[in-house]
Design a protein. Sequence first.
Length: 212
Amino acid sequence: MNRSRVLVADDHRIVAEGLRGILEPTYELVGIVENGRELVDQAMVLKPDVIVADITMPLLNGLDAMALLQRQDCRSKFVFLTMHKDVTYAAKALRQGALGYVLKHSASEELLKALQAVLAGERYVSNEIASGLEGRDDAVDQIEDLRILTTRQREVLQLFAEGKSAKEVATNLGISARTAENHKARIMTQLKLHTTSDLVQYAIRHGLIGAS
């Protein structure tokens, strides 16, 4: 019998290898990637049945990676495996199209259950936060409004917040350094941010980058 194919995206190698041990007895692990850009590229090539991804990843966060894949008609189902316990992140992920949301510290007990449910077309959310989602369809609106930014602006924001130079941002996104700087300036104005430090703190609050 063919086993369902799973692609894992997590920039922490120890976590990824731990997931290998959990998944391989039951599923075909087709790959492990370490950033959101690589996730998008490999998902389009490998076409896994399920993608297990962190939200906070280098170069491109998991939520925006999922959005890019959806626009490219990728049919893989998404399970987010994350440290973010805030119900607003779970609400945002589910509203955006994810079918699973599992907390990392519960992975050994819940990830296989989540995959089984998701492959059957059902949602699965870690018990620890599932109750908080009840009657909270508006929970995502409690996050400061990232929706005023375009997808490209969110990509630029994350890369600058990670400490990339304008030239490095430009190389990652296939744009000019001047365009990257212009995007940054507009982002700072739209979000009422005044310094690069403000931008970094904003990105941390929204799970785009991890706190150092």
